[in-house]
Design a protein around this ligand. Structure first.
Ligand code: FA5
Length: 362
């Protein structure tokens, strides 16, 4: 009820108390109670506002008004405390009335597992970290500059051909001269260039990650994974490369498998070599006799390697008369297949739970 301007301040106070008492039974919870308190006793509450009238009444009436104000305020506070007690008791009753079936066993949680390629990548990182390598990363959408130019892959090299690489259209709103030419990186080797340009020498990193090519057959997929290795320092030789890769194969596959290098050409290394290891599936402790997986050859190709080409050093700001280094780039997918006995590359990427659930995370 609105306060009547003709009423005395005491009458107005009593009026407020009555409307407070009328509203109280409708309050159903603590926030409601708080709201009511604020409405009447808060800084701008109805009762607080009336208190401001004190200054306007004749001094002789002030004492009486003060008493009336305190009486109303106290009454409201007592009501609030009583109602708060009732609400708490009702909440407790509701709580006690709840029935909980303590014998109920919910479905056990079904934790997911790491994809076999993720497991393999993490295991590779662990092995190379123990050999003293840092782990580096690079973007999947990469500049042609790092994917090719810095790596001494000349503009007419077949790897730049549309057959191999996914080129990304330049944004039309940018001036063509300014827009960087972008590709989905066809190998992890751009991380070599990025790392050398950023950190200089010496450097010792591996860079595992996703790579993309316009490939699609039984043993090649458009998206696959590689791990790059790069070691640059004074007096680094091919012997270091061989020793590191021996140690890696031993730590990753175990069982004393042999390795071999076959001369090969990559524009960013000189000399360059393919790196093979004995097939672990048909290995008898000494020889791999040949099986379906190694196409009866007894050897499995892991990828390319070699001594970093002086031109690459030059493009990446490293003095090739002071530093030498080696690099490698291996396919991770095949390593995952070898480690987990996965017969087909495609199984890795079909997202079939019947396959994936067989590889529980370690
Ligand atoms: C390269 O990509 C070089 N960047 C490797 C390198 C690095 C050489 C540093 C020297 C120094 P290559 O194209 O051979 O090399 O690929 C390396 C490995 O990646 C292959 O042996 C294979 O295991 C894997 N690979 C390549 N293409 C595919 C594909 N489409 N699907 C699955 N694996 C692939």
């Amino acid at each position: 009820m609105a306060a009547d301007a003709q009423q005395t301040p005491q009458q107005q106070l009593d009026e407020q108390l009555r409307s407070f008492e009328a509203a109280l039974p409708d309050v159903a919870d603590e926030p409601g109670l708080y709201e009511l308190q604020v409405r009447f006793l808060g800084k701008n509450g109805a009762v607080t506002k009336l208190r401001r009238l004190m200054g306007k009444v004749p001094p002789s009436e002030r004492k009486e008004l003060g008493k009336a104000f305190n009486r109303v305020k106290q009454a409201m506070e007592t009501h609030l405390a009583t109602r708060a007690g009732e609400l708490a008791a009702a909440a407790r009753e509701r709580d006690l009335a709840r029935r909980v079936d303590l014998t109920f066993i919910p479905d056990p949680p079904r934790p997911g597992t790491l994809h076999p390629i993720t497991q393999t990548r993490r295991e590779l990182e662990r092995v190379f970290r123990r050999l003293g390598f840092d782990v580096a990363d690079g973007p999947h959408v990469e500049a042609e500059l790092y994917s090719f130019d810095k790596l001494n892959i000349l503009p007419d090299h077949p790897a730049r051909d549309m057959q191999d690489t996914f080129f990304i259209e330049r944004p039309t709103h940018l001036d063509h001269a300014d827009a960087p030419a972008l590709v989905l990186r066809p190998h992890t080797s751009p991380v070599q260039a990025r790392t050398m340009l950023q950190h200089g020498a010496p450097v010792r990193i591996v860079a595992p990650g996703t790579t993309f090519r316009r490939d699609d057959d039984a043993t090649h997929s458009p998206m696959f994974h590689q791990i790059e290795g790069l070691y640059v320092d004074r007096n680094v030789t091919m012997a270091d490369l061989k020793a590191t890769l021996y140690a890696f194969v031993e730590a990753f596959f175990g069982r004393g498998l042999g390795v071999r290098f076959r001369p090969s050409y990559f524009p960013f290394v000189e000399p360059g070599a393919e790196f093979d290891m004995q097939c672990p599936f048909c290995f008898d402790g000494q020889l791999s006799h040949g099986c379906g997986l190694c196409k009866q050859s007894g050897w499995i190709e892991l990828g390319g390697s070699g001594m970093v080409h002086p031109a690459v050093f030059e493009h990446c700001g490293i003095d090739s008369s002071v530093y030498t280094g080696w690099a490698f780039g291996f396919g991770i997918d095949r390593m995952a297949m070898l480690r987990h006995g996965i017969p087909h590359l495609r199984h890795n990427f079909e997202g079939d739970l019947r396959v994936l659930e067989q590889f529980t995370s370690p």
